[in-house]
Design a protein around this ligand. Structure first.
Ligand SMILES: Nc1ncnc2c1ncn2[C@@H]1O[C@H](COP(=O)(O)OP(=O)(O)OP(=O)(O)O)[C@@H](O)[C@H]1O
Ligand SMILES: [Mg+2]
Length: 418
């Protein structure tokens, strides 16, 4: 018999200030260190943090896959990501092309066409126009005067003003009357803004985090400080609504080719309203996700290994038409369209192959994750993370708080695994 071929996959981490999830990811990769025999080749893995330096466009990168947390604000790595996607077929989480060109605005537009219940949304021109010598002439000739109050009246109060791209709640305000509207518009300056109808009195805020083929729906309370927003609560949505929320998240990701993203939906009287679903660098910090942190680390590892070993192609071209063909059909109800989208998303994320791959090649990952989270090694990471996140007088309180949540996760794995 011929000896199996061997292939090592280097997983690159492109990081900013975060230390918690990368350490957990690296440690889990080391603790797992599987050799996966797949189609005659033995696959092994290593990780490396990517450094920023000049690069030759013709240089061949050593990475099979890169998890990017930096390119949404730092353009040196962003251009490097585009080069390695275009020239070297490196698998990227996320696709730098569509996350650069498709922001919240594009996501609203596409999802409206697909029939999702996006609240009434308008784009309004800048308060302070772009600083360009061509602007005065162009504006004088083509800009229509408009009355902000008339737009707001059509949407109705209260409404939200928020940047057309944006993130981290920057520049987002809830506006209750015309006075406030004008004040906020004046403050918006050079930022291009949406006005969006507020979903008032919603029953549940569901935030889903998607990593490759997996989606976790969590109850979210935006009124809490960041460490208290994700609620540890299971079964907070009826199963059908839960499926609807999952499908919406997966649809957005499959449509835009995003693989590491979060999606916010408001559930009111059984209806699901998506309000925000383009987050190129979703929050996966230990202090935000706490109980759900092990799930995120596991999912990142599973998806990375699946993509690397099976040589899943890094898709650059969007296939919008397949989705619009469903969305444009008048003979389908909202529910029927969602069913089609769920199928398209499963196809895009190779859901069946992914789960088969995990069963066959990574059956130990759940146990290894539990062992790690229960270990002193994880506890040290938790303590360091709390110390670098909170002021000294809160350390003891928060260390105990997070230790409690993570040991709850460990004990839940025996009965209700997440
Ligand atoms: N249409 C809406 N109806 C009700 N609440 C809304 C609406 N739009 C935004 N909000 C509230 O404002 C918050 C911030 O809005 P949004 O998520 O669109 O901005 P963001 O900058 O992406 O914030 P983040 O990064 O925290 O997700 C939401 O989490 C929600 O609490
Ligand atoms: Mg948001």
């Amino acid at each position: 018999m011929l000896a199996a071929m061997a292939r090592n996959h280097l997983v690159g981490l492109l990081l900013g200030t975060e230390e918690d999830w990368p350490s957990a990811f690296e440690t889990m990769m080391r603790r797992l260190s599987p050799t996966i025999s797949y189609e005659g080749t033995d696959h092994t893995f290593s990780t490396e943090r990517i450094t920023i330096e000049p690069f030759d466009l013709r240089a061949v990168p050593r990475y099979s896959l890169v998890i990017d947390r930096l390119a949404h604000w730092y353009y040196v790595p962003r251009e490097w990501l585009k080069k390695v996607a275009l020239m070297n077929d490196v698998y990227l989480m996320n696709n730098p092309f569509t996350f650069q060109s498709m922001e919240k605005h594009a996501a609203y537009a596409a999802m409206i066409r697909l029939g999702l219940k996006v609240p009434e949304t308008w784009l309004i021109p800048y308060k302070k126009p772009p600083d360009n010598p061509r602007f005065p002439y162009t504006a004088a000739k083509y800009n229509q005067p408009f009355e902000l109050d008339r737009v707001a009246e059509q949407i109705g109060y209260p409404l939200f003003m928020k940047p057309f791209d944006g993130g981290a709640w920057v520049g987002v305000t809830r506006i209750k009357d015309p006075d406030e509207l004008h004040r906020r518009y004046d403050e918006s300056g050079e930022r291009l803004m949406h006005l969006q109808a507020s979903v008032e009195g919603f029953d549940v805020f569901a935030r889903s985090l998607s990593i490759g083929a997996e989606t976790m729906v969590m109850r979210y309370d935006p009124s809490q400080p960041i460490h208290g927003r994700y609620q540890v609560e299971h079964g907070f949505l009826p199963p059908e609504t839960g499926r609807e929320v999952v499908t919406i998240g997966r649809l957005v990701n499959a449509f835009f080719l995003w693989e590491f993203n979060s999606c916010e939906t408001l559930v009111k009287d059984g209806e699901v309203f998506p309000i925000d679903y383009a987050n190129a660098c979703p929050d996966v910090s230990l202090t935000s996700l706490h109980y759900y942190f092990p799930w995120a680390i596991k999912s990142l590892i599973k998806w990375s290994m699946f993509c690397a070993v099976t040589d899943r192609p890094m898709q650059i071209e969007m296939t919008m038409k397949r989705y619009f063909e469903v969305g444009d059909r008048d003979d389908l109800s909202y529910e029927e369209k969602l069913e089609h989208y769920a199928g398209l998303a499963d196809q895009h994320f190779q859901s069946a192959q992914y789960h088969e791959f995990l069963e066959k090649h990574l059956p130990e990952i759940d146990d290894v994750m539990v062992e790690y989270v229960a270990s002193d090694e994880f506890d040290r990471l938790l303590v360091e993370t709390v110390r670098s996140t909170f002021p000294p007088h809160e350390h003891d309180k928060f260390i105990a708080h997070y230790q409690g949540l993570l040991s709850l996760w460990v004990s839940d794995q025996a009965t209700a695994p997440v």
